[in-house]
Design a protein around this ligand. Structure first.
Ligand SMILES: [Zn+2]
Length: 244
């Protein structure tokens, strides 16, 4: 937390809440932005003023003027908060090098193909590079490549033209579907209401090693089924029959 954090927030009105990549941006009335990253295990929980008691690892607790308690809970403490003048937000070291948001207008097939040209890495690893596209995580990279019919092992330089357009479309669809389903709850993630997300029930390939992918009769006993491989230390799931 930055120095003077409590005093800077005390009595301020939050006028807007935005998201950029995996960062939350709370715009304060005094032209400052309260910048938050949830890390691996952080989450906000909303409750009543006289509701549940604080839990261990509730590191920040705010009370709003209408009696809502906003609790930031983070057992692993990888989360991050800062207060930044809003006009300087783009230059913040955590945001300055981020690529475009996958749901924003700057993320197009042409842009993606240009950024991937000359990259000797796999497309899966490239999608996790936050300088290319900001906010893609490991689960959504596997799911997007499945929807686009592209192998995660394919070299990033081969993603251009129609392939790049198809991948951009798939990424947007997967993220929009995941947001509509309230996110993916694997270990810690909860919605602010405390509810679990539901998108994990709709995974086509992630975490489904040896199963058949949707719409496919691939069977691992006949050498098919979803495979799990490790790329750059992260698990990747894909169907070798449907993804080329
Ligand atoms: Zn399959």
């Amino acid at each position: 937390l930055p120095a003077g954090f409590t005093d800077a927030l005390h009595g301020r009105t939050i006028v807007a809440i935005e998201r950029r990549a995996k960062f939350l941006l709370f715009q304060l009335e005094d032209d400052h932005t309260w910048l938050v990253h949830l890390g691996m295990s952080g989450r906000f929980r909303l409750g009543e003023e006289n509701g549940e008691a604080a839990l261990p690892h509730d590191h920040v607790i705010l009370r709003t003027n209408d009696g809502c308690m906003v609790r930031y809970h983070d057992p692993r403490r990888f989360g991050f908060m800062d207060l930044v003048p809003s006009r300087a937000i783009d230059a913040h070291p955590r945001l300055a090098k981020l690529g475009p948001d996958p749901l924003g207008p700057g993320f197009t097939g042409t842009y993606l193909a240009e950024r991937l040209s000359g990259r000797m890495t796999s497309i899966k690893a490239a999608l996790l590079d936050q300088r290319i596209v900001a906010g893609m995580g490991n689960i959504y990279a596997s799911e997007s490549l499945f929807r686009a019919g592209l192998s995660p092992r394919r070299s990033a330089v081969t993603i251009l033209g129609r392939r790049a357009d198809a991948l951009v479309r798939a990424i947007r669809q997967v993220l929009e579907d995941a947001i509509a389903a309230g996110g993916s709850s694997l270990r810690d993630y909860r919605q602010p209401s405390g509810e679990l997300g539901y998108f994990q029930n709709a995974f086509a390939v992630y975490g489904r090693e040896r199963e058949a992918c949707p719409g496919c009769r691939c069977d691992w006993r006949q050498g098919g089924g979803i495979r799990r491989i490790v790329q750059n230390g992260r698990a990747t799931f894909y169907c070798p029959r449907r993804q080329r």
